[in-house]
Design a protein around this ligand. Structure first.
Ligand SMILES: [Fe+2]
Ligand SMILES: [Fe+2]
Length: 262
């Protein structure tokens, strides 16, 4: 039984990660867990990995970590993601690549709670709608029998989904607290540390989870978004209109597998 800080979808955003970790530490957590996507989109992938490793964070691999290190291709990426990941591939230090490639796809906490990035069996699946959660709760029961709480990332939204038979209930928890029922099954997303692509706010998100009483608290904290943006632009991580069109044309003519040429 322990108190956990849970975060993910950092996407190379050093400013947001430093702010989120400082806030997490203030809760006096026993451990920090990361649900993947440490790199991609922003200019500090090496620094983010270094910070997480220095803190002894338990991490799993997200799709951006796999694509950024060449273990997955660009087939299911948007142009924006592909562009920043090409830049990330050129930037990453060998030690960072080695670390990211060593990350597991899942992790079990206390042998009770599962960490996954996207879907339970598909790292690139976006679990957003009830059928996705019903499909994945079946995978959870098969692949991790007896585990009822699964933390996930990838969709970048703070959410708690409670599964009750064939019904998927959204628990109202964003910005607040919730107590999970030990008899039910849950998918929980702590939100995204990186808010560079969010329109509603530029706040780094994380969750605090107390495994002794199954209580969850969602938090958001301010960070220096202007600094992140200026580094990302200067570093070539932001796609311009012309490059975006060029990728579209290239996808049509050559197919997605040829995208590494640009
Ligand atoms: Fe992500
Ligand atoms: Fe992702």
């Amino acid at each position: 039984m322990a108190l956990y800080g849970i975060l993910g979808d950092i996407h190379g955003n050093r400013e947001a990660l430093v702010a989120a970790l400082a806030a997490v530490e203030s809760h006096r957590v026993d451990a920090v867990l990361c649900v993947g996507d440490i790199v991609g989109y922003n200019a500090d992938p090496d620094a983010c990995v270094e910070i997480l490793r220095g803190r002894g964070t338990v991490c799993i691999a997200g799709n951006h970590d796999l694509i950024g290190t060449g273990r997955l291709g660009f087939e299911r990426c948007s142009n924006k993601a592909m562009h920043s990941l090409k830049r990330t591939r050129r930037e990453l230090r060998p030690a960072t690549v080695e670390y990211l490639q060593s990350l597991p796809s899942h992790h079990l906490i206390e042998d009770r709670f599962v960490l996954t990035h996207g879907g339970v069996r598909d790292v690139q699946q976006y679990m957003t709608r009830p059928p996705h959660f019903l499909e994945n709760v079946a995978y959870l029961r098969e692949d991790f029998p007896g585990r009822r709480i699964c933390f996930f990332g990838h969709t970048h939204e703070q959410r708690i989904l409670e599964i009750d038979g064939a019904e998927v209930r959204e628990r109202d928890a964003a910005g607040g607290s919730a107590r999970l029922d030990p008899a039910r099954e849950y998918f929980v997303n702590p939100g995204s540390v990186d808010a560079s692509r969010k329109r509603a706010h530029k706040l780094a998100e994380y969750a605090i989870f107390d495994s002794s009483c199954l209580s969850l608290d969602f938090h958001r904290v301010a960070y220096d978004d202007a600094a992140t943006e200026s580094k990302a632009s200067a570093g070539g991580y932001r796609i311009d209109r012309w490059r975006d069109r060029l990728y579209d044309v290239q996808r049509r003519i050559l197919g997605p597998r040829q995208q590494t040429a640009l």
